[in-house]
Write a protein that binds this ligand. Structure first.
Ligand code: CTP
Length: 409
């Protein structure tokens, strides 16, 4: 049997990037031989094994034929006769379809190295279409490598467009899609992921609520960039620049969905878009089974981001409601993430990227003021049950009034 390093490990070494995961392909071996060497099978029907010591993935060279729609619809053909070239031709991109032996000799039948130099994300063969998830993968690689100058080859964009129109994307499972989305959002240029999905028509299928924001105007006085879709991309870009976590980036992407519902005759204003957007945010959250913390923050940011921007003008009672909604007493981190998302929203406006956001410290100070209210003295006064709750609220309101007065003095 011959063993080769393949995929991302070869690509990233040639790009001079750190290599974390190594995938291997094994040519000329049978399942029985692999098991005899102590490799552990990953799944019953899947010709992939884990190395007994390193845990790295070793796949038997295989060809893949599609037998049904969506994931789980694959059948694999793996046998000792499948050659390295036959294995590589069914992979997604030429830059991912190179192999290397233990002497670092490169096998590159589909010119991955040439495309690396040309900074092109190009599909290897029509077999690309066997896995519609690759549309999202290409958009993710575009996000990752755009700062190096990579773009999607026009013929690959065409194929992605055909796949998006074919209805195949709808068959992807939430789990596979979310894995791509979450990884793409954590890249340095996550907005490129959305741009590429939009360009090939996949955004309209995957997240029509986000796609609908393009072409929707906002008032120029607050939003010099005008277009809501452009604004959303800038907010995402700012979130990545400021190294925000996934929760914040997800909330940034979805915060303005309500603006896509505004009747044209109301443009460029978007009255109550925060509230109107909630059902859309919920739908996107559920479509991709986003983790609970992402779902929760997206809904809260959707509902309250305008409160965040207007923090300094809010009445103490409204400020209190906001703090209560976030349960800042037990969930301080979540409120910090809300503040971060609001700040990214404010910075994601053309020409205003560097403007300071005093609302952030003001909101932090308000949360601290409300937190200083001690429960013990109220218990000692004999408050219990719902009355205790009311008494705590009254004290917090007092603290917030004092805080606001001190801040505006
Ligand atoms: N691959 C593919 N189609 C997929 C998934 C994977 O063709 N839908 C192939 C590609 O050759 C890829 C390799 O399997 O390079 C390994 O896949 P994976 O580990 O998911 O990606 P990497 O290319 O290693 O990229 P990353 O750095 O994002 O992990």
């Amino acid at each position: 049997m011959q063993i080769y390093k393949v995929g991302g490990a070869v690509r990233d070494r040639l790009l001079g990037k750190p290599v974390t995961d190594i995938d291997w392909v094994v040519v000329g071996a049978t399942t029985e031989e692999m098991l005899a060497k102590g490799f552990r099978p990953v799944g019953a029907d899947f010709p992939v094994f884990l190395h007994p010591k390193s845990g790295e993935e070793f796949a038997l060279a295989r060809t893949e034929r599609k037998s049904g729609r969506g994931y789980g619809g694959f059948t694999f053909h793996a046998s000792p006769e499948v050659t390295l070239e036959e294995d590589l031709i069914r992979r997604d991109l030429t830059i991912n379809a190179m192999a290397e032996d233990d002497q670092q000799n490169l096998t590159d039948p589909y010119h991955g190295q040439r495309d690396l130099e040309a900074r092109l994300l190009r599909h290897v063969s029509p077999a690309f279409a066997e896995d519609p998830l690759r549309v999202m993968r290409v958009a993710r690689f575009a996000a990752r490598y755009s700062s190096l100058g990579f773009t999607v080859a026009p013929e690959t964009m065409d194929l992605m467009r055909q796949l998006s129109e074919s209805g195949e994307l709808e068959a992807l499972t939430a789990e596979r899609s979310w894995k791509e989305i979450s990884r793409a959002l954590m890249e340095d240029q996550p907005q490129v992921f959305i741009e590429v999905l939009r360009e090939c028509g996949a955004l309209k299928v995957l997240m029509p609520e986000v796609d609908a924001l393009f072409g929707v105007p906002q008032p120029e006085a607050h939003h010099p960039e005008i277009d809501t879709g452009v604004h959303t991309l800038s907010v995402l870009e700012q979130a990545a620049k400021h190294k925000q976590p996934l929760t914040v980036r997800w909330a940034c992407l979805l915060h303005d969905l309500g603006k896509g519902l505004t009747p044209e005759e109301e443009w460029p204003r978007h009255i109550a878009h925060e509230h109107k957007g909630l059902k859309l945010i919920k739908a996107v959250n559920e479509r991709f089974k986003a983790p609970k913390d992402c779902q929760e923050l997206a809904l809260l940011v959707g509902k309250y981001h305008t409160h965040g921007h207007r923090a300094l003008e809010l009445k103490p009672s409204t400020l209190l409601e906001l703090l209560q909604s976030f349960d800042v007493y037990r969930r301080p981190q979540r409120f910090e993430e809300f503040i971060a998302a609001c700040e990214m929203d404010a910075r994601g406006r053309k020409g205003l990227e560097q403007r300071s956001y005093p609302q952030a410290d003001y909101l932090r100070g308000a949360a601290n003021a409300a937190r200083t209210v001690a429960v013990q003295p109220l218990l000692e006064k004999g408050f219990k049950g719902p009355e205790l709750g009311e008494a705590i609220k009254r004290e917090r309101l007092k603290a917030l009034k004092a805080y606001k007065e001190a801040a505006s003095a």
